[in-house]
Design a binder for this molecule. Structure first.
Ligand SMILES: [Zn+2]
Length: 174
């Protein structure tokens, strides 16, 4: 501690200090003096914080925030919040995936790492170029939760394949 190399605080700690001092009503010059950085640097930090806070990824349907505060991934757009998603089972998988990823606050590469798929594959799923098979869907469900797939009310479901009883009866009789 106290060596030459320790003068630079980690960015995150410094940001927190800037926020705290600003909340106390200090001027940019005063904050800069306390933290040993220039007024311009303080200004830059405050602007970056502001930009992040205003970027709250609004839901296309209700306008509500989708991502956790301060956790909006920068690489996602055209999304729904989880409650709107639950109410619209017709939402295509690509949009469900983008929405769930935003709600989880994950960047594409973070999600890729957690599910063991390439970012390229995920990008294809998110743009609707491809849809995952069960093998890829399972890890996505594990990380993003059941909102990823549409929960269709029972009465709206199609009859299961091979359902008509007469078909079964015929097969049985054969
Ligand atoms: Zn919504």
């Amino acid at each position: 501690m106290g060596g030459l190399g320790s003068g630079r605080q980690p960015d995150e700690a410094r940001r927190r200090e800037v926020i705290r001092l600003r909340a106390e009503g200090l001027t940019l010059v005063e904050i800069g003096r306390r933290l040993g950085i220039s007024r311009q640097r303080v200004d830059q930090i405050l602007r970056a914080i502001d930009k992040e806070r205003t970027r709250r990824l609004a839901c296309l349907a209700c306008g509500g925030a989708v991502a956790p505060p301060g956790g909006a991934p920068p690489d996602v757009a055209d999304i729904l919040c989880l409650s709107c998603l639950a109410e619209s089972p017709e939402t295509p998988f690509a949009q469900r995936l983008r929405s769930c990823r935003a709600a989880a606050g994950l960047r594409l590469r973070d999600l890729a790492r957690r599910v063991g798929l390439s970012t390229e594959t995920l990008r294809c799923y998110e743009s609707g170029v491809r849809e995952p098979r069960w093998q890829q869907l399972a890890p996505l469900l594990r990380v993003l939760g059941p909102a990823l797939v549409a929960q269709v009310p029972y009465e709206e479901r199609d009859e299961p394949p091979g359902y008509p009883p007469q078909a079964t009866a015929e097969r049985r009789g054969a």
